[in-house]
Design a protein around this ligand. Structure first.
Ligand code: THU
Length: 126
């Protein structure tokens, strides 16, 4: 994740983020944030790594690391939390600050009471 951060394309925010997914069979798939001049089209490092892995047919993961140059630990955005929850499940989320210190949380701690595909099959009360 720290290495992937070097590839960040962040000309607007200058905020570089790297992510690395550890797959069930111990491969590492990396991603970085890529910013677009129409800002909302920007993709975060976490989602880039996860979509890369899915595109390669990889579906099972043990952990995701996220690195930024921040004093405090980077906190994945809400959109990325939902994507981690949906596409990776309850895995270790390793947060890395600018001093390369780490803090480990689980997906469920970052996104308690998450919306899941199970809700899609729930019937309403009427
Ligand atoms: N960003 C990430 O890549 N991951 C996060 O968890 C938070 C934010 C990126 C998006 C944007 O390019 C920049 O950081 C500033 O928001």
């Amino acid at each position: 994740a720290i290495e992937a951060k070097q590839n960040a394309y962040a000309p607007y925010s200058n905020f570089r983020v790297g992510a690395a997914l550890l797959t069930e069979d111990d491969q590492i798939i990396t991603g970085c944030n890529v910013e677009i001049s129409s800002y909302s089209l920007t993709i975060c490092a976490e989602r880039n790594a996860i979509f890369k892995a899915y595109s390669d047919g990889i579906r099972k993961f043990k952990a995701i690391a996220v690195a930024a140059d921040t004093i405090d630990y980077i906190s994945p955005c809400g959109a990325c939390r939902q994507v981690i929850s949906d596409l990776c499940g309850d895995i270790d989320v390793i947060l890395i600050n600018g001093n390369n210190e780490t803090k480990i949380l689980r997906t469920q701690q970052l996104l308690p009471f998450a919306f899941t595909d199970k809700e899609l099959n729930k019937k309403d009360l009427s």
